[in-house]
Design a protein around this ligand. Structure first.
Ligand code: FE2
Ligand code: FE2
Length: 290
């Protein structure tokens, strides 16, 4: 417990995060970094970047609602304090991705209409399933849904985007690297804290397993919408912006069709779920494939 207490303490958060990898950043990147010119001038790429960033805002708003809601459902003080740090992390993620939308030219007054216009309905459903558990103050289901399913997904999506953006968009890659470091801490908490609770409340298992299966379906449906028939991705390859060689999970994303990238992402996330759920004593449920 001593290790758990120090690893997930506010003190550790201060030293590693705001006083560590976020030092000298402004909205997640350095002050002199900007979006590449081509993203701003090519209308297809510009719209696609807004659409993608909106999904990040939607996901992070859900994480903010979930982590703050779980504070009062947590059975112990150490978890409450960790979730308070996570709440600030998630609020920061909402802020930096919202700020990116403004950098992309979205006016403050248009923000909410832009978000409702582009938010993927499957991602919205994914978020609702989790927030139902949080609203019921169901800590075990809430933490598995948030810190394993939602954040396991976010972690891999951010990593994939980071691999694709590293060579062409240092500003966004830098923004992502800070969030990836945050998500790694959040996923670690989920695994460490929930394992013992699952042992304590084994009757929670079927419900948690059902939640994982349902959330996974809506996650895969979100991926399908994002990749299949993605005109912008094809166009980007022609322009050569997005399609530089980008190694991730042992493959070159730059040489793949959108459908192949979807498959790599889906397989990576589901494999992660299986491993992490196995460690906490939950049996991974194979979702229906959209
Ligand atoms: Fe987040
Ligand atoms: Fe997170």
């Amino acid at each position: 417990m001593a290790d758990f207490l120090s690893a997930y303490s506010i003190q550790n958060w201060l030293e590693s995060c705001p006083q560590g990898y976020l030092m000298n950043t402004e909205y997640g990147h350095t002050a002199d970094e900007a979006e590449p010119e081509l993203l701003m001038t090519n209308s297809v790429l510009h719209e696609e970047t807004i659409r993608t960033t909106v999904q990040l805002v939607v996901g992070e708003r859900c994480a903010l609602a979930a982590s703050s809601g779980l504070i009062n459902a947590a059975p112990d003080e150490a978890s409450k304090r960790f979730l308070a740090t996570q709440t600030l992390d998630e609020a920061r993620h909402v802020e930096i991705f919202t700020h990116r939308l403004h950098d992309l030219g979205v006016k403050r007054g248009d923000l909410e209409s832009m978000i409702s216009r582009y938010a993927n309905p499957n991602l919205v459903k994914f978020a609702e399933l989790l927030l139902e558990k949080v609203d019921k103050k169901d800590f075990v289901a809430g933490v598995v849904g948030q810190n394993i399913v939602l954040e396991g997904m976010a972690f891999s999506v951010f990593e994939m985007m980071h691999a694709m953006d590293e060579g062409i968009n240092p500003k966004f890659a830098h923004t992502l690297s800070g969030t990836i470091a945050d998500e790694r801490r959040h996923v670690g908490f989920g695994e460490n804290r929930i394992g013992s609770l699952i042992k304590q409340y084994p009757d929670k298992k079927p419900e948690v397993e059902r939640l994982q299966k349902e959330m996974s379906y809506y996650m895969l449906a979100t991926f399908a919408d994002a990749f299949r028939g993605n005109r912008a991705a094809a166009e980007a390859r022609d322009i050569g912006l997005e399609r530089q060689h980008a190694q991730w999970q042992g493959v070159d994303l730059g040489a793949m069709e959108p459908e192949q990238m979807e498959a790599v992402l889906a397989d990576t996330v589901l494999k992660e779920f299986k491993t992490r759920l196995g460690r906490i004593g939950i049996e991974y449920q194979t979702p229906v494939r959209p």
